[in-house]
Design a binder for this molecule. Structure first.
Ligand code: C2E
Ligand code: MG
Ligand code: MG
Length: 702
């Protein structure tokens, strides 16, 4: 390495030589000049690392040389002026012209080389610092982040790269001393301070992302890393990652969505289905997968070209989407539009997943809706194209418990639909297709039944033990289906409950029964009429109003009406249930608990409710006389309900022995085929004339 060069200018030869000796002793290379001009000339020929100038010299004095060199080489060169002792004026002037330091005469020649060594070290440190600063500056300006230092109160103490602020992180306009919340919303400032805190306690580099709405159109994403400097300060590097986020979402779209239709693709569908299966398993619910294939799509592609094919696929996707949307719920209020996932598997194949499926027919309803939507002609520029769809349906867990099996089975069902003549929907299980189709047809017919007057009421007389006569009747609905003949209420009432038709049907029953009862009253037979209420009707908030309106409309005295409800309606005890029952009681309407013993209600629960009558279910009566223990159950029910103040009706009495035994046991009202099957309203008056003689006979315990 070259020796450190010191240029020494002094017109005093002795001083020059003594200084030269001192410099060489310290290991420097000394260059000597005897006046100012020579000093400048020597420096220009061979620039020194340090310059020592005597103040007074011929031609050019030390000040002139110093000021010349400063202008020429800048601030770093250490220039030492050798001044007279106590000559403060010279010292001041030396600094004015840019001297780095001064040495006062007389010089201690023994120590001068130390002095010079220290000056050299300071000079080198300064050089290093300058390089380090330049490097830092270069690094900062190469980083495309806004870099700033925050204190723990969220104040900006310093900003490191003003270059980045305006170009890269558009919100960052903070200056030294600004609080961060002048340019950022409070909740984001909180995130900053939280991260700094964590970085400080955990000695980590914290990393977080946030979004900023810069204006109506511009929403940008940022990423911040923060490192703690000391107990007060932290360095924050903020980068605008909007483009990365945008491309991530573009990549996500490419990976998970179909380019042509914008629908989720196979990958996305399979992943979603996997999650839905897990959920269905956990919640113990059903899930349906519809697999749809357009019939004859290939020939459209072949004859009209792929561009037309693409357009038709887009339209088809739109139609399926609208069909799903049209189902604010699939049909009866469970799976919502948001839950249903539609995807394009590829080609002309689409899939739909319906989670949380309450009834399997709902899958069929949606499939038919899609199929219908597809049948409308697609209007191309020069002609209309008619396409149909074949749809296969597989159910979780019935047809498979994993994604692959379910999709495969839905696909198989779709091929089956194609074999059935296309434009068709099929379940994977054939029996299910028939059953669901049947139910759907029945549901449709049920809607028509009201309009077509296909319902009628029959009445089953109830024998009153005390008066030995018929005092009341129970109204029972009948449906005479135009093709299928008589359909049992046990079959169509549950269906009407599912689709809500029970409300208008129930009102019709009540109105008809009340009207007919009033006619009997007018003919001199003051019968009470009992009408069955479904739990759905009972829970309907408009029930009381509707009952009272019908009573007023038909003129039936409320105390001549009994409403029969099943235990199911009272299952969940609620303030509303109690309120409804009380209001009905206050209007003198009687309440009977139907089919008692088949549900789970306990007597102690029932005693809290304003119920008048308990109807013991037929099942106990049927077996009463020939099965062990049955008689004791009936006996227990009768005595318990009497104790609680209920009157008792026994249902399903088919023999005289049953009637005699129940009379013996203290049952107040008897109902069953032994007395009469349900009969037409017109036959009631004549029936009531019939005389009865039922003896009380003690049943024999088996
Ligand atoms: P329920 O209210 O318990 O009616 C008694 C059922 O038992 C009636 O059947 C009746 O015909 C039958 N039955 C009566 N005595 C005997 C007997 O001695 N032996 C046998 N084996 N059966 C007997 P139905 O008319 O088929 O009605 C069945 C159920 O349908 C009714 O049970 C009731 O829960 C419901 N239902 C009938 N009509 C209506 C209605 O208008 N509205 C509502 N919500 N439900 C109704
Ligand atoms: Mg009943
Ligand atoms: Mg019953």
């Amino acid at each position: 390495m070259d020796k450190f060069k010191v240029l020494l200018a002094d017109d005093d030869a002795t001083a020059r030589y003594l200084m030269q000796a001192a410099l060489e002793k310290a290991g420097f290379n000394a260059m000597l000049a005897c006046d100012g001009e020579e000093a400048i000339r020597l420096f220009e020929e061979n620039p020194a690392d340090m310059v020592m100038l005597d103040v007074e010299m011929p031609f050019k004095d030390g000040y002139e040389v110093c000021s010349y060199l400063r202008k020429k080489v800048g601030n770093e060169l250490p220039i030492i002026m050798v001044t007279g002792m106590d000559d403060t004026e010279s010292i001041d002037r030396a600094f004015d012209v840019g001297a780095t330091f001064f040495i006062a005469k007389p010089i201690n020649w023994g120590l001068i080389h130390y002095r010079i060594l220290y000056l050299k070290r300071t000079y080198l440190n300064q050089l290093e610092l300058k390089v380090a600063n330049a490097r830092n500056k270069a690094i900062f300006s190469a980083i495309p982040d806004a870099i700033f230092i925050l204190n723990s109160d969220g104040k900006v103490i310093d900003t490191c790269n003003t270059f980045a602020h305006s170009d890269h992180v558009s919100w960052f306009k903070s200056k030294r001393g600004d609080a961060l919340n002048q340019s950022l919303p409070e909740e984001i400032v909180k995130i900053y301070l939280g991260a700094i805190n964590k970085a400080r306690t955990d000695s980590t580099t914290e990393h977080f992302e946030y979004q900023l709405k810069l204006n109506e159109q511009e929403n940008r994403h940022y990423e911040c890393r923060t490192v703690v400097i000391d107990s007060h300060e932290a360095l924050c590097l903020v980068r605008d990652i909007t483009e990365r986020k945008d491309s991530e979402s573009r990549i996500f779209r490419l990976a998970y969505f179909d380019d042509l239709t914008g629908l989720p693709n196979r990958q996305s569908f399979m992943e979603r289905l996997k999650r839905e299966i897990k959920r269905a398993k956990f919640t113990n619910t059903k899930l349906a997968i519809l697999f749809l294939d357009l019939d004859g799509f290939k020939s459209i592609n072949d004859t009209m070209g792929h561009n037309t094919g693409d357009v038709i696929l887009q339209w088809a996707a739109e139609r399926i989407k609208n069909s799903i949307r049209a189902s604010d719920s699939v049909s009866r209020g469970h799976a919502t539009e948001l839950d249903i996932e539609l995807a394009r598997l590829g080609g002309d194949e689409f899939t739909v997943a319906i989670p949380n499926l309450p009834y399997v027919e709902d899958a069929l309803i949606l499939a038919h809706r899609i199929r219908e939507a597809m049948r409308l002609p697609f209007q191309l520029e020069n002609r209309d194209v008619v396409l149909t769809a074949s749809i296969g349906i597989a159910l979780y867990p019935d047809d498979g418990e994993d994604v692959e099996t379910l999709v495969k089975h839905a696909d198989t069902a779709m091929h089956h639909a194609k074999n059935e003549g296309r434009d068709n929907c099929q379940f994977y299980s054939e029996a299910l297709t028939n059953q669901a189709e049947k139910r759907l047809t029945l549901e449709n017919d049920l809607r028509n039944a009201m309009l077509q007057n296909e319902f009628q009421l029959v009445y089953q007389p109830l024998f009153d033990v005390a008066s030995n006569s018929i005092q009341s009747v129970e109204a029972l609905i009948r449906w005479q289906h135009p093709k299928q003949g008589f359909i049992s209420p046990l079959e169509f009432i549950p269906l009407a409950e599912e689709n809500g038709l029970i409300i208008p049907i129930g009102e019709w029953v009540l109105r008809t029964a009340c009207t007919e009862a009033v006619q009997w009253h007018r003919s001199g037979r003051c019968l009470r009429v009992a009408v069955n209420l479904s739990p759905i009707q009972f829970k309907n908030p408009a029930l009381v109003e509707s009952v009272l309106n019908i009573l007023a409309e038909t003129d039936l005295p409320p105390n001549k009406l009994t409403l029969e409800i099943t235990e199911g309606a009272l299952m969940e005890y609620s303030a509303e249930t109690l309120e409804t029952l009380k209001t009905l009681r206050d209007h003198k309407i009687r309440i009977a608990l139907d089919d008692f013993g088949t549900g789970y209600s306990s007597m102690s629960y029932l005693k809290q409710l304003p119920i008048h009558t308990i109807k013991v279910d037929q099942i106990f009566i049927r077996t009463m006389l020939d099965q062990k223990d049955s008689i004791s159950i009936v006996r227990a029910i009768i005595s318990l309900s009497k104790n609680l103040g209920f009157t008792l009706t026994a249902e399903g009495i088919e023999t005289l022995e049953q009637a005699q035994a129940l009379k013996f046991l203290g049952c107040e009202t008897l109902q069953g085929y032994y007395f009469s099957k349900p009969i037409n309203g017109r036959e009631i008056l004549a029936f009531c004339e019939k005389q009865w003689s039922i003896q009380a006979v003690e049943p024999i315990e088996k």
